[in-house]
Design a protein around this ligand. Structure first.
Ligand SMILES: *Cc1c(COP(=O)(O)O)cnc(C)c1O
Length: 421
């Protein structure tokens, strides 16, 4: 079935690139923990006429006319988001996770104010104050770290000490490369002690929270959560900001998203968010979220048996950080390239206090959300880990070629599903 007949007819170059990507996704194995496959229903919403409409403002309060259907779409998206995450307020307009974080900072901070967030080499995200971002020209970012990189325990005493000294306006939890649950109660109590707003960036684990396979930070008193919608949550590429109950904070966030930071919302994307939230509200999504973690555990077991060094000793969520430099004597970059040749896509990643350069660090990061969407169970996940070990230890052309054949077979026997309902 050709599902892009008009692009094929009218624009051969883009058609070829799209078909190339479809083939790559079908035949390869996606282990990047921030990626996933959306349903065709989500794609249909993104391809809809809603992309034609300007809807600056919020439902019932728009700058332009003709909003009867966009208001319906955004209201449904908001209501579903609130239900999924037990939030009193939701803003579904941020175009991505970075946009959500920037708007959140603009809402809660004045220029020069301080944010206390997770050290980047310990798992934090670029938007949590990496020097390459313009955010660091506006706000002052300070960091807390893990106390013990072998267990993943955060140094909460140090965090409290720093917080008392620097008086941050925001205490920021959340990560893109940390495989454990955080002690949310401690974050909230430290934030309350110093009068900071507590914010959790759930970009990576939103699907685990929505599927009740991970704790919901709102149950522990967090004030705000920012997120992407396209990672474990399995929606369209986008962002969102959730507020537990504080109306003043919610008002500030709405103002900061629009008109403070963004222009017209992308209504086709908001419709797709609503469709994916509808999918995540179904009982089957809980099974999906649980299976993500079971599959990570199955991979963890194989690497443990091999005595490979995993940061924090393993994983409680959807991702694993593997120190390939210590475990296999190769750099993260070399490991990424080798596995790529075997049809396994993942990324090199700095490990805590890495002594190697960021462009070629000591670790790799990988996870199970995408393979789980394809229907991989613990048996297949464990086999993938075994193949990875084989490639990383032997590294010769014959091994890589054999691995590529097996990976392709595994992938093709688990086609990317069109629907989750
Ligand atoms: C992915 C991620 C983001 C950024 O999301 P984009 O949609 O790429 O802008 C922000 N915070 C965390 C923790 C992330 O993992």
């Amino acid at each position: 079935m050709n599902i892009y007949p008009r692009i094929k007819k009218q624009d051969k170059e883009i058609y070829a690139a799209i078909m190339g990507e479809e083939k790559r996704e079908a035949e390869g194995l996606e282990l990047i923990p921030s990626e996933n496959y959306v349903s065709r229903a989500v794609k249909e919403a993104m391809a809809s006429s809603l992309t034609n409409k300007y809807s600056e403002g919020y439902p019932g309060k728009r700058y332009y006319g003709g909003q009867e259907f966009t208001d319906q779409v955004e209201t449904i998206a908001i209501e579903r988001a609130k239900k999924l995450f037990k939030a009193k307020y939701a803003n579904v307009q941020p175009l991505g996770g970075a946009n959500a974080n920037i708007a959140m900072y603009f809402a809660l901070l004045e220029p020069g104010d301080t944010v206390l967030g997770m050290d980047l080499s310990h798992g934090g995200h670029l938007t949590h104050g990496h020097p390459v971002t313009y955010l660091t020209k506006i706000f002052n970012f300070q960091r807390y770290k893990m106390k013990n990189v072998e267990t993943g325990e955060i140094d909460y005493d140090d965090m409290r000490r720093i917080a008392k000294k620097i008086k941050p306006k925001i205490i920021l939890a959340g990560f893109s490369a940390y495989p454990r649950e955080l002690d949310y109660k401690k974050f909230v109590s430290i934030a309350r002690e110093v009068g900071a707003v507590s914010v959790m960036d759930i970009a990576h684990i939103a699907g685990l929270i929505a599927g009740k396979a991970a704790k919901n930070p709102f149950d522990y008193g967090f004030d705000v959560m920012t997120t992407t919608t396209h990672k474990t949550l399995r929606g369209p590429r986008g962002g969102m900001i959730l507020v537990r109950e504080d109306e003043e904070i919610a008002k500030k966030i709405n103002k900061a998203v629009f008109p403070g930071f963004q222009g017209g919302p992308h209504m086709h994307q908001i419709a797709a968010k609503a469709v994916s939230f509808g999918e995540a509200l179904r009982p089957s999504f809980k099974i999906y979220a649980k299976q993500i973690i079971a599959n990570t555990k199955a991979m963890e077991k194989v690497f443990k048996k091999q005595k490979a060094r995993m940061l924090t000793g393993g994983s409680d969520n959807h991702l694993i950080l593997l120190d390939v430099w210590t475990s296999f004597g190769i750099s993260g970059g070399e490991a990424e390239t080798l596995l790529d040749r075997a049809g396994i896509t993942l990324n090199k990643n700095a490990i805590a206090d890495d002594t190697r350069k960021p462009m070629d660090p000591s670790g790799i990061r990988f996870g199970t959300p995408a393979m789980t969407t394809r229907g991989f169970k613990t048996k297949e996940a464990a086999r993938v880990a075994e193949i990875m070990i084989e490639v990383l230890t032997k590294r010769d052309d014959a091994t890589v070629k054999r691995a590529k054949q097996e990976i392709k077979k595994l992938a093709l026997s688990h086609p990317i599903p069109e629907s989750f309902v």
